[in-house]
Design a protein around this ligand. Sequence first.
Ligand code: TUI
Length: 314
Amino acid sequence: MRTRVTELLGIQYPILQGGMAWVATAPLVAAVSEAGGLGIIGSGGMTGEELREEIRRVRSLTDKPFGVNLMLLSPHIEDQIRVVKEERVPVVTTGAGNPGPLVEDFTRLGILLIPVVASVALAKRLERYGIQAIIAEGNESGGHVGEISTLCLVPQVVDAVRIPVIAAGGIGDGRGMAACFALGAEGVQLGTRFICTEECEVHPAYKEAILKAHDRATVVTGLSTGHPVRCLRNRLTRKFEELEFSGAPREEIESLGVGKLREAAVCGNVEEGSVMCGQVAGLIREIKPVREVIADILREFWDTLDRLQKVRNS
Ligand code: TUI
């Protein structure tokens, strides 16, 4: 399969695995890259040196291209930036902010910078800075979310820029991938689907919670504080709702979320922790090896195109 995204990244299939903090560690990342997609380390929560170790662990498992996601609000962001430069990581994605100031340095070092954006305005601004591809993420996604749905955001970004667009948010299978290609995307990024894989090192209770989820199982907390996060509805999100409705001070609401992703992902506390995942959680029925997940997505993608062709010929 060839698109501008496979050519730019040097990968076989235009399928990226979202760089999820505390979830996307070396075994998952290497498995996705080995299967022909692009695995991406979630560096959120790591110190610079922990990130370096994870990068080296990926390199011990695969020779294929891989990426690191930099969560721009991380307290360790300066160290993490230094480490990805020193380690000459092939691809860096960014989230939760504007990576404009990084473009010059990364370009000089041959590091491909692919920002995640949730708006047309930021996509246009970053294209002017000289970036080569962009991920447009709709608010069906898990974790830190924007305001616009994938179905509305992707075609607006596609129309606003000339660089290739990778769609993210709400894609759980090959039908979703085909839908995003219909909107003009040339690649897709999936997060939640890759959590429920054998290679993903997240706590088993986190995977089970996603398997049990239904269509309305996720909520967005933190809208009132300016840090909206989508995760599974549980005891923690009910506490958030209570505090947010009561008009509690912003600091008190924010402090409720501190350390809670680790609590769910590492300790397996899916009631008091933050089980970040997208609205496609309701679509996911089983835990499979990464290779099978990618094979399924590709088969469903081609089946969808065949189905559409039949509509045309009917
Ligand atoms: O970054 C994400 N998703 C994330 S990051 C994360 S880590 C976390 N840990 C604990 C608590 C909260 C979060 C979990 N999920 N997605 C990419 C993304 N970026 N979505 C939306 C944006 C975004 C938002 C605003 C990108 C740029 C932006 O720009 C603001 C500006 O400066 O214009």
